[in-house]
Design a protein around this ligand. Sequence first.
Ligand code: ADP
Length: 150
Amino acid sequence: MKKAIFPGSFDPLTLGHCEIIEKATQIFDELIVSVGNNYEKKYKFTLDKRLEFISSEFKNNPKVIVKSYDGLTAEFCKKMNVNHIVRGLRNPADFEFEKKIALFNNSLEKIETIFFLTSPNYAFISSSIVREIIDNNGDYRKFVPKSVSF
Ligand code: ADP
């Protein structure tokens, strides 16, 4: 069974993340969407909320498993016995940033990172932009899936 981990903050889940999850589940038999909980990081949504948005959105896709983790992603992969990480790429800046992390994870635990490109209509979406829209009472709903409501 081919398994991969899709790590991220998902604060909150966006349509961009959903597209990557859909693409990855066409290739992997199981995708563990892994919600990072770093004690030094401040999140807008609680860990429970971030997990709930994803579980509820993908409740009908048996290939999607949702888990939380803290610490290094490579350590979590080892613990789960998974050698592949999935990440999304929106632009060259994402690539430069992701390349360093992918090489680091490869040298640490021999993990391969698989990248999926975002379609142009989602490439400008980020969780941070969605948070800013919410904080300013804007209409965030066209950037997130239905499950993200509060
Ligand atoms: P992190 O804090 O790890 O960057 P995010 O939740 O922001 O967590 O992102 C998780 C993953 O989702 C990353 O690979 C990121 O590139 C990808 N991603 C974020 N937004 C989009 C988007 N609009 N389209 C495609 N991929 C995205």
